[in-house]
Design a protein around this ligand. Structure first.
Ligand code: G3P
Ligand code: CA
Length: 250
């Protein structure tokens, strides 16, 4: 059964890693900020610790957004929880932690936020990451809840999602439209493409839409560009400051 656009994207503005222009990305503070700013949907990145806990974190390494060092896939959840994931952004967020996936799902449910869960596997842990992350999310989902939108740059991860959670919508993430997008969309049975805003043209958006797929564009922080993309037929955009974009759109 085709999934309606309103189910995929309850609003045309999706908070990227929460509201990561205003609070440290992928932390509970960032998701709460997005909710305060009226976002209806947030995107975040999910991967695994060394001891197989599903966490919400973007990079493969700890350096950029924590006071730790080394690969995320080598640290246990307990050790990760001792790191500061907020001080790099601003002293006001000192002490923020890298959240578990469960904490982020609780937060989204508490604030009535729809979610786009990006499977972001560390190297060599692609299928395992998809399996554990989806199983963790499934434990918190009931049939009455709006289904999470699962996305990934990894085709192997999306194939796991297709097989383990077939009723949850899926989106293939791409920097640019790849030559084999129609074939991959059919194989992975995705409902949407999430395209990078790299010289993205109205013709490309129309091509994908005419094929029956939804289009969301990342990451767009200029309100004029957002207006242009939505007028060109994009269904949604990812923004680091969803409140500001919502306000600009009126
Ligand atoms: O899901 C859209 C966007 O988040 C993909 O790129 O690197 O920000 O995860 P990235
Ligand atoms: Ca992401």
């Amino acid at each position: 059964m085709p999934i309606g656009l309103a189910t995929l994207y309850p609003s045309p503005v999706i908070g990227h890693r929460g509201a990561c222009a205003l609070a440290p990305e992928n932390t509970l503070a960032s998701f709460r900020q997005a909710a305060r700013d009226g976002a209806a949907m947030v995107e975040f990145d999910a991967k695994l610790t060394a001891d197989n806990r599903a966490i919400v974190f973007h990079d493969d390494d700890l350096e950029r957004t924590t006071d730790g060092t080394g690969p995320v896939q080598d640290i246990t959840f307990e050790a990760l929880s001792g790191l500061d994931a907020g001080g790099w952004f601003s002293p006001a967020f000192q002490g923020a932690q890298v959240p578990s996936l469960e904490e982020v799902l609780d937060c989204a449910q508490d604030h009535d936020l729809a979610i786009n869960l990006e499977l972001k596997p560390c190297p060599n842990r692609v299928e395992e990451t998809a399996r554990v992350v989806l199983a963790t999310a499934a434990l918190q989902w009931s049939a009455d809840d709006r289904p999470p939108l699962i996305s990934s740059f990894s085709r192997a991860a999306l194939a796991v999602a297709r097989d383990l959670a077939p009723s949850w919508p899926r989106a293939l993430l791409c920097d640019n439209l790849p030559d084999d997008w129609r074939e991959q969309a059919a194989i992975l049975r995705v409902q949407a493409l999430h395209l990078g805003d790299v010289e993205l043209s109205p013709a490309t958006i129309a091509q994908v839409k005419n094929h029956g797929l939804a289009v969301a564009v990342w990451t767009v922080n200029d309100p004029e560009r957002v207006r242009f993309l939505l007028a060109a037929g994009a269904d949604a955009v990812f923004s680091d400051d969803p409140g500001a974009i919502r306000k600009a759109l009126g």
